[in-house]
Design a protein around this ligand. Structure first.
Ligand code: URA
Ligand code: SF4
Length: 195
């Protein structure tokens, strides 16, 4: 089976998933978007209103910021893969519950194992906590660790983890966009090392 076919299998299991109650209130699940051969995997929190309607990740205001950040380092969405911690939208964009994260991250884990990225960029507290715990890294406040490169060993080799603020923060705190731009330079430098 090709990687693309494997990803379609994951998508079908997400579409049929009833492992938490969010399937009852969502419109479309958001499996993820991008290249299955991407070297970089971005992980957000959960679909918002626009994502839930379109079934695609980061298509609202936070998505505009993400596109601007990618462009600032000469990349576009087809160069990366974007997924979320939760595949279904929590009502009124409330925070994910730990039970929902526990239920849903099997799908994300399958995506990580399939893509085998060289760099994972978790965006915001929920993604950062999950990824740090999964890969046995010591967690600290996001303001202390954002834009730093953490290395970890996985079943598919050594990878880098670069935690960042969630781009949605930049929609209500304009200073954050500059911090995010700085942190995206760190991604660019890290990519150049394995080119
Ligand atoms: N915020 C997220 O965390 N994920 C999305 O897909 C959109 C907004
Ligand atoms: Fe399944 Fe995840 Fe949707 Fe819950 S949020 S129903 S675990 S796909």
């Amino acid at each position: 089976m090709s990687k693309q076919e494997e990803m379609e299998k994951i998508a079908i299991s997400v579409e049929n998933c009833k492992k938490c109650d969010l399937y009852k209130t969502r419109n479309k699940p958001v499996v993820g978007y991008g290249s299955v051969d991407a070297k970089i995997l971005f992980i957000g929190e959960a679909p918002g209103r626009n994502e839930d309607l379109q079934g695609k990740p980061f298509v609202g205001r936070a998505g505009k910021i993400l596109d601007e950040l990618l462009e600032s380092i000469g990349m576009q969405r087809s160069d990366i893969f974007i997924a979320n911690i939760l595949k279904c939208r929590p009502p009124n964009n409330r925070n994910p519950l730990s039970s929902e994260i526990k239920a849903c991250t099997q799908h994300l884990d399958n995506q990580i194992t399939l893509i085998q990225p060289k760099i994972i960029v978790p965006l915001g507290n929920f993604a950062v906590s999950y990824i740090f715990e999964k890969f046995g890294l010591k967690i600290d406040k996001i303001s202390n660790i954002r834009g730093k490169v953490f290395e970890t060993n996985t079943i598919f080799g050594n990878i880098k983890i670069i935690p960042m603020y969630h781009p949605a923060v930049a929609t209500y705190n304009p200073n954050t966009i500059n911090i995010l731009k700085e942190d995206f330079r760190v991604i660019k430098d890290a990519i150049e090392k394995f080119r």
